[in-house]
Design a protein around this ligand. Structure first.
Ligand code: ASP
Length: 358
């Protein structure tokens, strides 16, 4: 990216203590029960790294039931989650950054038509695809986001171009698309993004709205996201989405809002959210989980559970999060029947799950 694009100077990045962080993380993994590497638990290809590394991903939360799922669709979803988690983990095992791992996992999920991001994104009430994405790094609190973008094959790479090459945190619409074009990102025609599944979903919602059918379209938020801890002890989080099906054009949800759908801070945790975005924005969900740790002294699981199963459930905000702390501990609470999710923890073990009882 030519320097001429930078219209205002960037603030200096905070150093990420490259030497101290891995040593501390390793020490923590020895002190914290359950967070140490268990070599014999690692399936082939997911061997633990020397310093603890971990990744968690999601493909959205919602009314996901076995009855409404076909074996073929379930197999495709599990395969896509496995591939994305392994791709991110491979980056981490090779000493890559948490940002690279999150980006690697999300670009794969954006290409998988089963999920509501990139190809397969949901449609606006006008039948178009408008996408949002964001990324944040925990060692320097740098962030990049795009909202309401069209045609960008990988919105998460556009968010990354904003994070790395612009003096801004968020670009929307044409400005974001222009930035992505200048960064050399790939564009596709609208038709490339639209799957028959999403067109039918929009039709059902439109008829329900017009009173021609029962409003029986179950809320289903298949946004994608990833959180990662790298061998340098750094966290990152990212989220990418088409938003909510039948949304008003121009509507922006929580996914590109730093603090609502995405947050990362080495001092607490990295979070990516999925669910009814308006609730996640009002209650600043991702940041609130991190703040529970720094301000209220809660553990990761306690804080994430209090926000998702406590606060959000009380106010009627459906959804879930994936959260990861600097010790490699993972929490994935959701208050919907299911959430597409996968994790490779510090023990190197891969877990893929869909339903609430898994
Ligand atoms: N949170 C997203 C939004 O409201 C939807 C999702 O999670 O699928 O835009």
């Amino acid at each position: 990216m030519p320097a001429a694009f930078l219209t205002t100077p960037r603030p200096p990045r905070r150093p990420c203590a490259p030497l101290l962080a891995p040593a501390l993380a390793l020490l923590m993994s020895m002190l914290v029960p359950g967070s140490g590497a268990a070599a014999d638990a690692a399936p082939a290809g997911d061997a633990p790294a020397a310093s603890p590394v971990a990744i968690a991903i999601h493909g959205g939360a919602g009314t996901i039931s076995r009855e409404a799922m076909t074996p073929e669709r379930e197999a495709r979803i599990r395969a896509a989650l496995t591939e994305a988690a392994r791709a991110g983990h491979a980056v981490l095992r090779e000493g890559g950054t948490a940002l690279d791992a999150v980006t690697a996992a999300i670009t794969l999920l954006e290409d998988a038509p089963e999920f509501n991001a990139g190809r397969g994104a949901v449609l606006t009430s006008e039948g178009r695809v408008e996408m949002d994405a964001s990324l944040m790094t925990g060692h320097d609190l740098e962030a990049g986001a795009v909202a309401g973008v069209r045609g960008i094959r990988h919105p998460i790479l556009a968010a990354r171009a904003v994070l790395e090459d612009s003096p801004h945190v968020m670009l929307v619409g044409r400005g974001a698309e222009d930035w992505a074009r200048r960064a050399g990102l790939e564009f596709k025609d609208d038709d490339w993004f639209i799957t028959p599944f999403r067109s039918e979903q929009l039709e059902r919602l439109r008829s329900a709205e017009a009173g021609a059918a029962r409003q029986d379209e179950a809320p289903w938020y298949s946004t994608v996201g990833a959180v990662a801890l790298d061998a340098h002890g750094n966290l990152a989080a990212g989220t990418s989405t088409g938003g909510m099906s039948n949304k008003r054009f121009g509507r922006v949800g929580d996914s590109p809002i730093i603090g609502a759908g995405t947050y990362a801070d080495n001092a607490s945790c990295a979070v990516s959210a999925t669910g009814h975005g308006e609730f996640f924005i009002r209650h600043v969900v991702a940041y609130r989980i991190c703040a529970g740790m720094t301000l209220a002294g809660q553990g990761l699981a306690e804080s994430a559970d209090a926000v998702v199963n406590g606060l959000l459930t009380e106010v009627g905000g459906d959804g879930g999060v994936i959260a990861l702390d600097a010790r490699g501990r993972i929490a994935m609470p959701f208050n919907t029947p299911g959430m597409y999710r996968a994790r490779i923890g510090v023990d190197g073990r891969l877990d893929v799950a869909i339903y609430g009882d898994e």
